[in-house]
Design a protein around this ligand. Structure first.
Ligand SMILES: Cc1ncc(COP(=O)(O)O)c(C=O)c1O
Length: 407
């Protein structure tokens, strides 16, 4: 059973209560927030559970070989949606198994789908926690509304996911260097070739024990290729939604970066080379501003950027600490070059669920290799944020309102 750290267990309105009682901003500032019609959702109370037989259970891999998304646990969650049957059906936990899809299913042709990424952590006290899942639910519903897929009540899905994690709890690594990645996915499955909203859909959740997202050690910082020829997102597009069609087309560029010796792509937009995101992370810069103060800056949520859960958490923590200035504003490559030439750029780092906070060490831009002195700072902000966030996730800071504990 899920145990939330206040007396709101499984109450339909627990997210509202949770949000009201938090000192923190819990919203991702998503454009269309009135997308959910809770009365049309599936319900945790209807959940059916079919456990795997002993011969279906997989051996658990050693933490040292995990890397990212290679192994999957013994069970999965499925919730079908059929317009003709009145909408969402009862959620079901089943043994992990392949899906059977009609070859005409919309997801296979027009990428009518979306996904999310969150994690379960085994804390130093042995308790399993998930981190701010209500923000993933909010983002998931926003992605669904934008792709003609059905929305649902995020609280109901959090409860189903919690039960799934509880069933597969032995898969949550016994290590503070690893975690259990939770991948909710929603796909349009109606077997008709029209480009139209999906009448049938499947929401499923799979779990994967993960170690480090990057193959190489990121303590040395990541190197980025910033090539103005390529763009990930544009105004009025879908860069602020976690839909597969934002990712597949970037493979070519990622390959190019790797061939040139860089680990990730720094995505630019527009003629003034606006910095938007880094790989699948949000981006932050720390610099000495014109008033001589340290300032943390990240690009605004203007539709080009995914509203990251870690981004939101970094901004909330930084504002709470009040030790440096915090701004959400555009950053351009020209400004980065200028600040570097004046020795005023201190740190750059990426943020995301997969790797929390990752320092950036250099950027290849217009045939120049810009050295970013993130790792040369004596007390970098990125390290303080990384420590604080992982301390919350792994229970070093117990009873934090950003965590949901799973029994
Ligand atoms: C494009 C992109 N930006 C940013 C992020 C970071 O988001 P979050 O902090 O919610 O993991 C992700 C990962 O989900 C992403 O795919």
């Amino acid at each position: 059973m899920v145990h939330l750290r206040r007396k709101v267990l499984f109450s339909g309105s627990f997210l509202n209560q949770l949000q009201k009682s938090l000192r923190w901003s819990s919203s991702l500032k998503i454009r269309d927030k009135k997308v959910v019609q809770p009365e049309r959702s599936f319900k945790y109370a209807d959940l059916l559970v079919r456990l795997a037989a002993p011969h279906q259970l997989q051996p658990k891999p050693n933490v040292s070989v995990l890397s990212f998304g290679k192994y999957f646990t013994d069970h999965m969650l499925k919730v079908f949606y059929y317009d003709t049957l009145g909408g969402w059906q009862a959620p079901e936990i089943t043994p992990f198994e392949n899906l059977v899809l009609h070859p005409g299913a919309k997801v296979l042709h027009y990428a009518i789908e979306l996904f999310e990424g969150l994690k379960a952590y085994r804390g130093i006290d042995g308790k399993i926690r998930i981190f701010r899942p209500e923000l993933n639910m909010e983002r998931m519903n926003n992605s669904a509304a934008g792709s003609g897929l059905p929305t649902f009540n995020g609280n109901e899905l959090i409860q189903c996911i919690s039960r799934l994690v509880s069933i597969d709890q032995e898969w949550v690594p016994h290590s503070t260097a690893a975690s259990l990645y939770i991948r909710p996915t929603l796909i349009g499955i109606d077997p008709t070739l029209g480009v139209a909203p999906a009448d049938s859909a499947l929401l499923y959740v799979i779990l994967s024990p993960v170690g480090s997202y990057f193959e190489n050690n990121t303590e040395a910082g990541v190197s980025l290729l910033a090539d103005p020829q390529y763009t990930r997102a544009w105004p009025g597009g879908c860069g602020d939604r976690k839909v597969g069609s934002n990712y597949g087309p970037t493979i070519k560029m990622v390959k190019k970066a790797t061939e040139k010796g860089y680990q990730q792509v720094l995505w630019l937009y527009g003629e003034h080379n606006e910095v938007t995101e880094v790989g699948a992370m949000n981006i932050f810069m720390v610099y000495i501003n014109d008033d001589g103060e340290r300032e943390l800056v990240t690009p605004p949520l203007n539709g080009l950027i995914l509203p990251g859960v870690i981004r939101n958490s970094i901004l909330a923590l930084s504002r709470e600490w009040n030790q440096y200035k915090v701004s959400e504003r555009k950053i351009h490559m020209e400004e980065i070059c200028q600040l570097l030439s004046e020795n005023r750029l201190l740190e750059m780092f990426g943020s995301g669920t997969a790797c929390v906070v990752t320092p950036i060490s250099n950027i290849g831009f217009m045939n120049r290799d810009l050295h970013i002195p993130t790792l040369q700072q004596s007390k970098p902000i990125y390290k303080k944020l990384l420590k604080h966030l992982t301390d919350i996730q792994y229970g070093y800071i117990p009873n934090h309102p950003w965590t949901v504990t799973i029994d």
